[in-house]
Design a protein around this ligand. Structure first.
Ligand SMILES: O=c1ccn([C@H]2C[C@H](O)[C@@H](COP(=O)(O)OP(=O)(O)OP(=O)(O)O)O2)c(=O)[nH]1
Length: 169
């Protein structure tokens, strides 16, 4: 069973009223990265390839000049089609007996963009990352709500103890 947004909010920090939804909590975009070299998924280990942190005031990943932000002076990512890694702005802590998933805000997919999720394990705590797929040019303000995080009750053996534990906090 999926838990309520009020329950999820107890495990997401910080949260505002605007982030709290009936069935989950919206997460914001803290940073956008574009990979610049191959990573590697091995049979025994993995390596995350180096990546560029995009400037939210720039016109895109290849822009030579900083354009000075959005129309209202707000920093904005102007993203052409491609695959990006986003870091969420909130620390989530997956409680025992639960598993987490990310869904895109529907406004994101209505703009022909998609956020992909992997499994958020019981016991994991950190500012996680996700794959942002952009199929049509889009503008995303730094700090805007882009995702909805949900928690479902789940059986599990042990808790997360991997290399991403405590990341980005
Ligand atoms: O979309 C997601 C899904 C999960 N996570 C976090 C929570 C999860 O508990 C952790 C590790 O995920 P997973 O176990 O899938 O990664 P892995 O590549 O198998 O890493 P490890 O070897 O540490 O298990 O990453 C994210 O940041 N984004």
């Amino acid at each position: 069973m999926y838990r309520s947004g009020a329950f999820v909010a107890e495990h997401v920090d910080p949260t505002t009223d605007a982030q709290r939804q009936p069935n989950g909590v919206d997460l914001t975009v803290e940073a956008v990265f574009e990979p610049n070299e191959p990573g590697r998924i091995g049979r025994d280990g993995k390596r995350i390839g180096d990546r560029d942190a995009l400037d939210p005031a720039a016109d895109g990943p290849d822009a030579a000049e900083v354009a000075g932000g959005g129309d209202d002076g707000t920093a904005v990512y102007r993203l052409p089609p491609g695959g990006y890694v986003v870091r969420y702005g909130e620390t989530v802590a997956i409680p025992e007996g639960h598993v987490g998933f990310i869904y895109p805000r529907s406004s994101l997919l209505r703009n022909a963009c998609m956020l992909e999720t992997a499994v958020w394990d019981a016991g994991y705590e950190g500012k996680g990352e996700g794959l942002l797929e952009v199929y049509h040019d889009v503008e995303i303000e730094a700090g805007a709500r882009i995702a909805q995080f949900v928690l479902a009750e789940a059986d599990h053996e042990g808790t997360y103890d991997g290399s991403y534990q405590g990341e980005n906090v």
